[in-house]
Design a protein around this ligand. Structure first.
Ligand code: G4P
Length: 532
């Protein structure tokens, strides 16, 4: 393939995640994006609360039952010459670990905020991960068609709560019943609000230049007009000025106001966002940065999902391609497994359907059939290059329970099921030091994951389990190599365990015990999370 075309394919890629607190409008915004890309016909039709809610991205039955999105999904569509990959992240606080990992595969993030509420707890958590990765963060201030908080206050909220300066790219004129539209600061014109566009993209928008005062006054009415003029003056002093370098470095968040539900300000946002984000970024490996346009194929596994299709009992490993081009049928090296193999049934999600991919480029996400060989964080690359991408951190679980199967005859299924679910990263499993898998301790980041575990073991593996909560709240991996765990003296409430990869670690009920244990064992090094 001509080098030029290859480069162009990568340059038109935009891979981002959408983050928000539940109910801020992430799903609605995603659906409107898909609508612009022509991936679905009528955005509103893919979602109808109880039955088909989240129909575009939901796979698991539990999601349908509960009406929440448990797993992150990936959608690809084309718009305006760009090839867009959206990583959907579940907003529910109990699924944060999966969400964190998904953010590792994104080059930028769109943060959706409910303008009536401002920054909420889940936004804060997710933002932290984005900030850790220093990726660009764009803000969509949603639901202006409803009564909203004062826009200046909302910007202050982001700056104070999240610690990132903001730059309003447009500015709302009123909200709720009095919502009149937005002022586009770059083009210096007013885009009038009309909710006739609800669910479709055909709506007609009227634009009035800021200096056409007569026309503006007529369109807005005296009160809104006066308020706008006042705001425009104040605006120059509010927020920071736009600086692309700062946006790139994740140190300035451009803010757009709009209403996803009535499809107002969405296309404007999408167009500007695409201009301000970059094509796939170089990624850090243990041997330095890997350039996406370098010709060799490489990718890393950021998510594993079993039993997406009950009929097939399949297990899919999701990979983010970081460099080069993937061709179906090509041979690749699975670095951690030290094996050259062909990726089987590579697929991508296109709106509601999965389809087999023939080729994919840096920035794209592909799902491949996984016969049980991949782990989260693994690197796959062209056989003639060998390197490992930086690991994805394992987040410390905060809740623990001892888990047993009710029917002892089902031991085998139980161990198989719980191990597979742990390999996916949905839960972490530990066994007590000096024992086998008779007793399994499960650690999760959010308690709802316990329920997911129970549900999945019953439905996918036909195993009923009993869970007893354990009082541990702190977990520490032992960093010292060659430690003799038998000789380690801790506190009476401390538990010595091993994880799935046989790494030794300690569970504690309180932080005081951690201090005591460190004091009693000179040279002991404890880590709060472990790199893969
Ligand atoms: P999420 O994925 O972030 O959890 O939020 P989602 O898009 O599901 O939106 C949550 C609720 O907020 C939905 O209402 C949705 O219709 C509504 N919503 C989203 N964007 C806007 C907006 O711009 N304006 C207004 N007024 N509402 C918005 P719901 O009643 O929970 O569901 P539904 O019955 O509308 O489907």
């Amino acid at each position: 393939m001509a080098a030029d075309k290859f480069k162009k394919e990568i340059e038109k890629r935009r891979t981002f995640a959408i983050i928000s607190h539940p109910d801020a409008g992430k799903t609605t915004l995603t659906e409107k994006f898909l609508l612009y890309g022509g991936a679905i016909n009528l955005a509103g039709s893919v979602k109808g609360k109880a039955t088909a809610r989240h129909a575009v991205s939901d796979w698991m039955e539990i999601e349908k039952e509960r009406g929440i999105s448990v797993t992150s999904s990936v959608l690809q569509f084309n718009y305006g010459g760009f090839c867009i990959n959206i990583l959907d992240t579940p907003g529910h606080q109990d699924f944060s670990e999966d969400t964190y990992r998904t953010l590792m595969a994104a080059d930028s993030a769109v943060m959706v905020i409910d303008a009536a509420k401002g920054v909420e707890p889940q936004t804060r958590k997710l933002f932290k991960v984005c900030a850790m990765r220093k990726i660009p963060i764009f803000t969509f201030m949603n639901k202006l068609d409803r009564d909203a908080r004062d826009p200046f206050e909302l910007l202050d909220d982001i700056e104070n709560e999240l610690g990132i300066p903001t730059c309003p790219m447009n500015w709302p004129i009123g909200s709720g019943r009095d919502f009149k539209g937005v002022y586009d600061r770059q083009r210096e014109l007013i885009v009038l609000y009309s909710d006739t566009q609800k669910g479709t993209k055909e709506g007609h928008t009227e634009e009035i230049p800021l200096d056409d005062k007569d026309k503006l006054l007529k369109a807005l009415g005296q009160d809104s007009f006066d308020k706008l003029m006042e705001d425009v003056e104040l605006l120059d002093g509010a927020g920071s000025t736009f600086d692309q370098d700062e946006v790139d470095a994740g140190m300035l968040s451009p803010v757009f106001f709009g209403s996803a539900l009535t499809n107002f300000g969405v296309e404007l946002f999408l167009q500007n966002f695409l201009k301000m984000t970059s094509s796939p970024l170089a990624r850090n490996s243990e041997t330095g940065l890997v350039d996406p346009v370098s010709n060799e194929f490489s990718a890393f596994v950021f998510k594993i999902q079993a039993n997406m299709n009950k009929a097939h009992r399949d297990r899919i490993a999701f990979m983010r391609i970081c460099s080069g081009k993937f061709d179906a049928g090509m041979e690749v090296l699975h670095v951690q497994g030290e094996k050259v193999l062909r990726l089987s049934q590579p697929q991508q999600m296109m709106a509601s359907e999965r389809h087999i991919v023939e080729e994919a480029y840096a920035g794209d996400i592909i799902g491949v059939f996984d016969p049980g060989i991949f782990s989260i964080g693994d690197t796959v690359c062209a056989p003639n290059v060998r390197f490992v991408y930086e690991g994805i951190p394992t987040f410390a679980p905060e809740h623990f329970a001892r888990v047993r199967q009710v029917d002892t005859m089902k031991r085998k299924q139980f161990v198989k099921g719980i191990t597979q679910i742990a390999q996916e990263g949905a839960i972490q499993i530990f066994r007590e030091f000096n024992t086998g898998l008779e007793e399994i301790i499960v650690g999760v980041v959010g308690v709802l994951q316990f329920e997911v575990l129970k549900y999945r073991l019953e439905n996918e593996y036909n195993v009923e389990i009993r869970m007893d909560n354990l009082p541990y709240e702190h977990i520490r991996w032992i960093a010292n190599k060659d430690i003799d765990l038998d000789k380690l003296t801790g506190t009476s409430d401390m538990k010595k365990v091993r994880d799935l990869k046989d790494r030794p670690l300690l569970l504690f009920i309180n932080s005081w015990s951690i201090g005591m244990t460190l004091e009693r064992n000179e040279g002991l090094e404890l880590e709060e999370f472990s790199k893969n």
